[in-house]
Design a protein around this ligand. Structure first.
Ligand SMILES: C[S@@+](CC[C@H](N)C(=O)[O-])C[C@H]1O[C@@H](n2cnc3c(N)ncnc32)[C@H](O)[C@@H]1O
Length: 350
C-alpha cells in the first residue's frame, strides 16, 4: 500500500542528478513562493523540479492563459502547481484513495492496466504516482494545453502525455481504455454547469468497473485565520475577498464543490463516496498552502487589474503591495489561509 506516501521505489539516477540544481532553481525561478520546502520528502521536490526544468521551452517564456482558463501557463505557474501537489497530497494523506489503489493493484496482477490523469498540468500527480506503482501500470496525462507538459525523455517510459479537451466528445481510441481516471483542480477553468459534461466524458474514458478520483478546492470554505494572538489577518482577508471577487467576475467561483459526489452520481457513477479534508490538517503545510493559494491569486489579480481595473477595485500596484504584505503575515503561518479539499470517488458500472 502506498497511500500513506511511504516506501517509495528509488528514483532513477538521471532523476537524482536534478538535486544539484535545486537551490539555483528555487532562487532563480521563484524566490519566495516555495520558501518552506517539505522537510521530509525529497522525491516530491525532485519530481517538481524535474517536471519544471524539463517543461517545454514555450512554458519558460511568459505565456498567456488560453481562453477559458484563469491562470497563466509559465514556469512560475508550473512550480506553483508542483508545490500545490505537495500541499494536497500531504493533507489528504494519499495519492490514490485506498479503495481505488486496492482495485488497481488487483487488476494489475491480472493483466495490463492504465491510469488517465485528466487536466494533468505538469503531470506531477501522475509522475509521483507512477513511482509508487508497478512499472506495468501505464499512465497517460491529458490536458487541453501541452505547454506545461514535461519534455519527452524526462519521464519514465510507462508515462505519456496527450492533448485532450475533456469538454469535447472523447476520441474513439481513448474510450473504455482506463482502469482509473484522476482529476484534480480542474474546476478553476470551468463553469459549474460544465462539470456534468466532464463527469460524463470521464465515464467514457473508463473501462467498466474502472474508478474515478476527482479532487477540488472548495473556495466557499476558504478563510483567513491566525495561529498566534499577535498575528494580523486583515491583509489576508482582503486578498481572499479580492480573489473571490475576481473568480466571480470571471464566472469561475464554484459554489458547488462540496456536492461533487452528486455530480458524478448523476453522470452514472456508482459506489460514490466523498472525503473532505482541511488544507491545514498538517500544520507544516499551512504556510506553504497560503503562499501557493495567494500565488494563484497573484497571477489572476494581476491580469484582472491590468485588463479590467474596475473589477476588484484595486490597481496592479495596490494588488502587488497587498500581496507583499500577506507574504509577511504568512511567515511561520502566524496568519494563514485554509479551505476544504473535496474528493469524490465513484465507479463505472460493471
Ligand atoms: C490548476 S491546473 C491543475 C493541474 C493538475 N491537475 C494538478 O493538480 O497539478 C488546471 C489544469 O486544467 C487544464 N484544463 C483546463 N480546462 C481544460 C479542459 N477543458 N480539458 C482539459 N484540461 C483542461 C489546464 O490546462 C491546467 O493544466
Amino acid at each position: 500500500m502506498f497511500h500513506a506516501i511511504r516506501g517509495r521505489k528509488s528514483l532513477p539516477i538521471r532523476h537524482q542528478n536534478i538535486l544539484s540544481y535545486k537551490n539555483t532553481l528555487y532562487a532563480f525561478v521563484f524566490p519566495t513562493l516555495l520558501r518552506v520546502p517539505h522537510p521530509s520528502d525529497t522525491s516530491k521536490e525532485i519530481l517538481s523540479l524535474l517536471s519544471v526544468m524539463a517543461t517545454n521551452t514555450m512554458a519558460n517564456t511568459i505565456s498567456p492563459a488560453l481562453p477559458a482558463y484563469g491562470l497563466p501557463r509559465n514556469a512560475q505557474e508550473s512550480v506553483r502547481l508542483n508545490g500545490q501537489h505537495d500541499v494536497y497530497t500531504t493533507n489528504m494523506g494519499f495519492l490514490l484513495h485506498p479503495t481505488i489503489e486496492a482495485a488497481l493493484l488487483e487488476s494489475a496482477a491480472a493483466g495490463p492496466v492504465a491510469v488517465a490523469d485528466v487536466a494533468t498540468g505538469t503531470g506531477i500527480w501522475m509522475l509521483e504516482t507512477s513511482i509508487q506503482l508497478p512499472d506495468s501500470v501505464r499512465f497517460v496525462g491529458l490536458d487541453i494545453s501541452d505547454v506545461q507538459f514535461p519534455q519527452p525523455g524526462s519521464y519514465p517510459d510507462n508515462c505519456s502525455f496527450r492533448t485532450l479537451n475533456i469538454l469535447e466528445p472523447i476520441p474513439a481510441d481513448l474510450q473504455d481504455q482506463f482502469d482509473v481516471a484522476h482529476i484534480r483542480l480542474l474546476t478553476c477553468g470551468l463553469r459549474s454547469d460544465q462539470w456534468a459534461t466532464v463527469a460524463r466524458n470521464v465515464l467514457q474514458l473508463l473501462k467498466h468497473g474502472g474508478w474515478l478520483q476527482w479532487t477540488e478546492a472548495d473556495g466557499t470554505t476558504s478563510a483567513a485565520v491566525q495561529s498566534v494572538p499577535e498575528a494580523s489577518i486583515e491583509r489576508a482577508l482582503k486578498f481572499r475577498e479580492a480573489m473571490i471577487a475576481a473568480a466571480k467576475r470571471a464566472g469561475r467561483f464554484n459554489e458547488d464543490v462540496s456536492s461533487l459526489n452528486h455530480v458524478i452520481a448523476s453522470a452514472g457513477f456508482t459506489e460514490v463516496r466523498r472525503c473532505i479534508f482541511s488544507s491545514d490538517r498538517v500544520p507544516e503545510m499551512r504556510e506553504k498552502a497560503s503562499r501557493l493559494a495567494k500565488g494563484a491569486g497573484d497571477g489572476a489579480l494581476a491580469m484582472l487589474a491590468k485588463n479590467d481595473p474596475g473589477a476588484i477595485g484595486m490597481t496592479a500596484e495596490e494588488v502587488r503591495k497587498l500581496s507583499k504584505g500577506c507574504d509577511e503575515d504568512f511567515m511561520d503561518a502566524r496568519a494563514y489561509l485554509r479551505w476544504n479539499i473535496v474528493t469524490a470517488i465513484g465507479r463505472k458500472p460493471l
